[in-house]
Design a protein. Structure first.
Lengths: 381, 479
């Protein structure tokens, strides 16, 4: 039975979609996410929704209004937990800010974040539209591949969806080189467990005749900083629509429209989201646009060019998905900037739109349209 | 001291596309029930993604070409953020960084002479909804019908210096955009709106004065009144120190004939523009560009000169070239019947009379122009009487599918040779049935002939060449 769970970021007409926020508590959409329509048509059964952090922007769901999930004292990503426990064959997830990749890595699961534009975002709660993608978490590469195949493809309802002709052309350009590059600059700040996983996967590849070389690419290390700016700005804009006027939470405490806006948002949004809104708003101000936001856009292009150059003669860039394979309650509750910091590892794929696969606790970032090749590599791990 | 007024205009024009800019909802909801032309996309519900309506880009490009602009071959959309209940997503998708058209020019002529008004840019954007205040309940309701209806904003350089020039500029814009068939431009319908940026300075000075922006003028006349008022207010402030001029947005109250400063809250704020990541840059390739370029009509002056060369009077040429619909009617009908002078007579008499009777504007003219030309030919050839041709034309206004000859035949309006015996038969019958009139005529009463003629025509239902009928009638009476 093809039982799957979905992040509470996908709009459904038969159950509410909250995006982990009090703002959307009880909100039921008038239409369904395109991926769900496609998955149902391919005989997948949606067993239920998994909790996400507020608007999917945090570390592993710890900012969910309906409660974070801890396994003992270790923070757990609900979608990954559902797959790990066997409740579902796979989880369809929204990779806004890397949470699904971190969740898969810490649980030893396989996860795919496809090339930007290969899976429709129609009917997903919009947060960081320029980089977020629909992804999959499963027990193995084969299940990931099945789910991805069922939901990928052009959708005219999404202006950023890639036409089939472009996808075919892109896939044809992917050639196998039997070479993986470890980016040493991305190992910064990782713990022993993570470094151990990198070493283990390197061994695994070498044994299978894949050449593993180490390279330095400092510029990729700026992806996190640039992505935090872009992501926060887009988030700020995207959650502006929740103003208490049309749907969602409305304060009881108002006498005019300004109070309605301010109090609804103040009462319904959580602290992490508010900090992201303020940060994002600031980066877009007339004063800061050129020196902050526009610079981040230019950095994005430089990173994209650099990563394309690095990927020109290898199959994937091998890097950690996180600094650690477990986050304790004390750490999570003690450092409100942790999600921004951990973006260091997930942002390179988010900001470039390149596909990434998690396997064996590490991350492989590949060329555009190389999902199949990345999943082949994951099978060796 | 003498002063000069420096005016720049921001004109919003609703594009006449079938559907809205980013969804497939109908863009035409004038007079419709509130929220009857909406979907989750134009209501800003989460999860809907914008898909650019290519017709909007077609129209934006064409408008740019009409105003002599350069077209940005890669044009992008940006988000402009602000909170207002009529803006469901709390952002407006507009063009901030790479508008569709830039660096244009509009030529005008006034009593002060000819002038070129530079166009800074034309950008495409979505309209906002409307707030409806229920005073009895003390509540406010939102109508999203207009949300996401496509607009272009035409931003001029501050090249205008009087109300008369502003009027000439707006009329010219309206004519050109209607010529291109991209917009209705009806201020009374809100499909053309104009904000006036105005400052005053001593004549000859090259330093600009304090600029104010005025909104809420609903007609060209109101705009002229607002400019006169605001100019006087500025001069008064400068000369007499009646008030300190500040850069601000003001609301024109046409009933009171005054402008009022809007609350700073309504105008202040940082719009935090940034590129909309959900709308891919629109790349206008050569094929697309040329297709639109080829669809740009001749300008009114060119048409007028051409018509004069065809033998039309200056007056008629001017009247026809006023509207692209009249031009097309004239050109296509002339081609079909080969007699431009006759066509212009029909247009300026019959067509305009029917339009007037139906309370239609020139832009609403929906005739099959070739069929209209055919109708003129049939009439000139004596196959349809002039009286019947008017009836047929009127019917053609209501039904484009009418083919004049077939329609005339089906309704016994066709004058044919086979009818000669019929005419004679009817004339004989009438003459026999009214010996009194025959005798009266024979005794010199000319009117009696007209009575007989009228009876015959009635029996023939008008399907007869009057000259022919008269000849037959006289032959019959005179035996």
């Amino acid at each position: 039975m093809n039982k799957i769970v979905i992040d509470d970021m996908f709009l459904t007409t038969d159950m509410p979609t909250t995006a982990g926020s009090k703002m959307l508590e009880g909100y039921t959409s008038l239409f369904e996410a395109e991926v769900l329509t496609r998955l149902k048509a391919a005989d997948y059964v949606i067993a239920g929704k998994t909790k996400v952090g507020e608007f999917g922007a945090d570390l592993l769901g710890e900012t969910c209004y309906f409660g974070a999930e801890y396994e003992g004292e270790t923070l757990q990503y609900p979608a990954a937990a559902a797959v790990k426990s066997g409740d579902a064959k796979a989880a369809v997830v929204m990779d806004v800010n890397g949470a699904p990749r971190r969740g898969a890595a810490q649980n030893g699961l396989v996860s795919l974040k496809p090339t930007y534009g290969r899976v429709s975002r129609y009917g997903t709660i919009p947060v960081a539209c320029s980089g977020e993608t629909v992804g999959v978490i499963a027990n193995n590469a084969a299940d990931c591949r099945d789910v991805f195949t069922a939901m990928a493809g052009y959708d005219s309802k999404d202006g950023t969806s890639l036409p089939e002709s472009m996808t075919e052309q892109g896939k044809a350009a992917v050639t196998k080189k039997n070479k993986v590059v470890v980016l040493s600059s991305m190992l910064k700040g990782t713990d022993e467990a993570v470094q151990g996983r990198i070493a283990a996967v390197t061994d695994q590849f070498t044994k299978n005749g894949i050449e593993v070389v180490v390279a330095d690419a400092d510029v990729v290390a700026y992806a996190g900083a640039a992505w935090n700016i872009l992501m926060s700005a887009e988030l700020c804009n995207n959650v502006s629509r929740y103003d208490g006027v049309k749907y969602g939470y409305r304060t009881k405490n108002y006498t005019n429209i300004d109070e309605l806006y301010t109090n609804s948002r103040t009462e319904a949004f959580g602290e992490f989201l508010k900090s992201a809104i303020l940060f994002g708003s600031e980066t877009l101000s007339t004063e800061n646009y050129k020196k902050v936001y526009d610079k981040a856009l230019r950095v994005r292009r430089v990173i994209r060019d650099n990563m394309a150059a690095l990927l020109a003669d290898c199959d994937a860039l091998l890097m950690p998905a996180a600094s650690a394979l477990a986050y304790s309650r004390t750490l999570v509750e003690g450092d409100k900037y942790l999600p921004y910091k951990e973006n260091f590892f997930t942002a390179p794929a988010s900001i470039t739109g390149l596909p990434a696969v998690i396997a064996g606790g590490v991350q492989l970032v590949g060329n555009a349209f190389s999902e199949d090749l990345l999943l082949d590599l994951a099978e060796l791990v | 001291m003498k002063y000069e007024t420096v005016i720049g205009l921001e004109v919003h024009v609703e594009l006449a596309t079938e559907s809205k800019i980013f969804c497939s909802c109908s863009a035409h909801s004038f007079g419709a029930d509130p929220n009857s032309h909406v979907c989750p996309a134009c209501c800003g519900m989460p999860g809907m993604l914008p898909v650019v309506n290519r017709r909007v880009v077609d129209f934006g490009m064409k408008a740019g070409m009409m105003l002599n602009c350069d077209i940005n071959r890669v044009t992008t959309f940006d988000k402009k953020s602000y909170y207002y209940p009529d803006l469901p997503g709390a952002y407006q998708t507009t063009q901030w960084f790479a508008p569709v058209a830039v660096n244009g020019r509009v030529d005008i002529e006034t009593s002060a002479g000819k002038k070129s008004v530079r166009i800074k840019q034309i950008h495409m954007e979505e309209d906002a909804g409307k707030l409806v205040h229920d005073i009895s309940e003390g509540t406010t309701h939102v109508d999203f019908n207009r949300t996401s209806v496509p607009l272009i904003e035409i931003v001029s350089q501050p090249d205008l210096s009087s109300a008369e020039e502003v009027e000439a500029y707006l009329v010219r814009l309206r004519t050109l955009l209607r010529y291109a068939k991209v917009a209705e431009c009806e201020m009374a319908h809100g499909t053309m709106r104009c904000d006036v940026n105005l400052s005053v300075r001593p004549e000859g000075s090259d330093v600009l004065g304090v600029r104010t922006e005025m909104k809420n003028m609903n007609s060209i006349e109101a705009i002229k009144r607002a400019i006169e008022y605001e100019t006087a207010r500025h001069i008064n402030a400068i000369e007499n120190g009646t008030e300190v001029l500040v850069q601000e947005t003001r609301r024109w109250d046409d009933a009171k004939g005054k402008s009022y400063a809007m609350r700073s809250k309504e105008t202040a704020g940082d719009y935090r523009y940034f590129p909309d990541p959900n709308v891919m840059p629109v790349v206008i390739d050569d094929v697309w560009y040329e297709t639109i370029k080829n669809s740009v009509p001749e300008f009114p002056e060119v048409k007028r000169e051409k018509y004069i060369a065809l033998g039309l009077t200056e007056y008629d040429a001017e009247r026809i070239s006023e509207s692209i619909m009249l031009c097309e009617c004239f050109e296509e009908a002339s081609e079909a019947c080969g007699n431009p002078k006759e066509v212009v007579n029909w247009i300026t008499s019959d067509v305009m009379r029917i339009l007037n009777a139906k309370q239609m504007t020139y832009e609403m003219l929906n005739l099959d122009n070739k069929a209209f030309g055919k109708l003129i030919s049939l009439t000139l050839d004596g196959k349809i009487s002039r009286a019947n041709s008017k009836k047929i034309l009127s019917a053609m206004f209501d039904d484009r599918a009418i083919e004049p000859e077939a329609y005339a035949e089906a309704n016994n309006m066709l004058i044919g040779e086979q009818n000669d015996d019929l005419i004679l038969g009817i004339v004989k019958k009438v003459v026999e049935s009214d010996p009194k009139s025959v005798n009266d005529f024979k005794n010199g009463k000319e009117k009696a002939l007209m009575a007989l003629f009228g009876k015959c025509m009635k029996e023939l239902k008008g399907n007869c060449d009057p000259q022919q009928l008269k000849v037959i009638l006289l032959e019959c009476i005179n035996g």
